[in-house]
Design a protein around this ligand. Structure first.
Ligand SMILES: Cc1cc2nc3c(=O)[nH]c(=O)nc-3n(C[C@H](O)[C@H](O)[C@H](O)COP(=O)(O)O)c2cc1C
Length: 212
């Protein structure tokens, strides 16, 4: 099983070796390997790529790839190649710009052909996808805010195609009980402050995504 964790952080600040998103991705992998020891896990850090925004040139129609963005195409190939995807995103008032660019292009690649032919299935259809957000604060109210402003927009791009055609939707968002759009976790720098419940929820969510 190939598990890809996208770290959406773009934190290039001097002295920062590992971003919080990267550390959370490492924890995702640690949990996943407890369940499937031989899983082939990797982390893709958006901070190391320079994608650009969609211009609606529609040159992706037919090719299914962006005509002007090699960075996006490289990321997209890695998504296509995985069996399970995790998107780990910080709150960047609201979400990191590079993640938006990836979502814009995946939406164009998915939606435009679908509009011409409602039986079109995106190449990424069905890949179980977990969304994990985090931000500067770890209190319960803040995590529920991140759910609204970070998880929801990411989940929303997966819903490009109407519910009536759910079988042709891109990716397959995995919910966690009443966390319908993935979970939100407290800052990792204070990992020891995570409650037992939060640690269990994190482990349980990773398990749920990889078992989907
Ligand atoms: C551009 C930018 C905007 C941010 N906006 C918010 C915010 O509105 N609310 C918040 O709680 N944290 C905000 N943060 C803090 C980050 O969410 C927090 O530092 C997070 O741990 C960064 O994760 P990273 O190391 O993976 O980039 C912001 C950070 C950046 C760089």
């Amino acid at each position: 099983m190939k598990i890809l964790c996208i770290s959406a952080s773009n934190n290039l600040k001097d002295g920062i070796k590992e971003t919080s998103s990267f550390i959370i991705c490492q924890r995702v992998i640690r949990e996943a390997k407890k369940k499937i020891a031989q899983a082939d896990c990797s982390i893709l850090e958006l901070k190391n790529y320079m994608p650009n925004p969609c211009t609606n040139c529609l040159m992706c129609l037919g090719s299914g790839r962006c005509a002007i963005d090699d960075a996006f195409n490289e990321i997209y190939e890695k998504i296509l190649d995985c069996d399970v995807l995790f998107i780990v995103s910080p709150h960047y008032a609201p979400i990191p710009a590079k993640l938006c660019m990836i979502m814009e292009k995946m939406e164009s690649i998915t939606f435009n052909p679908w509009l011409k032919d409602n039986s079109y299935k995106p190449e990424v259809v069905g890949i179980p996808t977990g969304i994990i957000s985090h931000g500067g604060t770890g209190e319960d109210w803040a995590l529920r805010e991140y759910e609204k402003v970070v998880n929801y927009p990411i989940a929303n791009f997966l819903f490009t195609i109407p519910k009536s055609h759910a079988e042709t939707r891109q990716l397959n968002l995995v919910a966690y009980d009443d966390w319908k759009t993935g979970i939100s976790v407290p800052p990792v720098m204070n990992y020891k402050d995570w409650t037992d419940l939060q640690i269990a929820m994190f482990a349980d969510y990773i398990d749920r995504v990889i078992q989907s």
